[in-house]
Design a protein around this ligand. Sequence first.
Ligand SMILES: [Zn+2]
Length: 238
Amino acid sequence: MNWPGVASVGGAAGAASFLYYVCAAPSSQILGRALVRGPAAGARVALTFDDGPAQPYTLQILDILRHLKTPATFFVCGKNVERFPQIARRIRSEGHGLGNHTYSHPFLYFKGRAAMAREIDRTQQAIERVTGHRPTLFRPPYGGRWFGLFSVLAERGLRLVQWSTPSHDWKRRVGAADIVRTTLRKLHSGSVVLLHDGREPRRPDQVDARVTVEALPGIIEGARAAGFTFVPIEDFLA
Ligand SMILES: [Zn+2]
């Protein structure tokens, strides 16, 4: 008996889930090489914060990082850099990394090269104008990649950075204790930890990153107690 309809539905579903893996799975390397994690030996981990700068959360996070002498990388949106240039400058002047997280935080799926390049270039220009530093790291919104993205990045000398340890701080109704527990449970040698100092694409008055601020000291102190050392993410690219 022949079931062509069933076969093609199955084929389409298989193709869709493969495409989903290719473009959406943080660890997928099919469209291009991404840094997902650092070396599996050495107990080094790196903190990353996405979607800022945002007031007052980025400032509170910077205070904690300074107090606990911990390096981090901030993947910022160009429009937020334009809104809070003084916070972007402080990130840089306190020695943290600044990466490109697009201008307006769109899904890159189905976008053409020119549209992706506009989002990336506008952000490179905003960061460079405000801090004098031209980023070399890029993280796509939602971790989503699309065809053509990697050639746009290569032309601009940008490396794509994903993550291996999600904190789930973006989820609604999670408390600081949940974020600390989730992050520490998933921490491994070479962890790239994903946290958020902003909440894109929400309006500035809807941004609330209090739980991340509250969780941060517990993450840093818990990781150190378990023997991990925080390093700048550049250490994983060498
Ligand atoms: Zn984001």
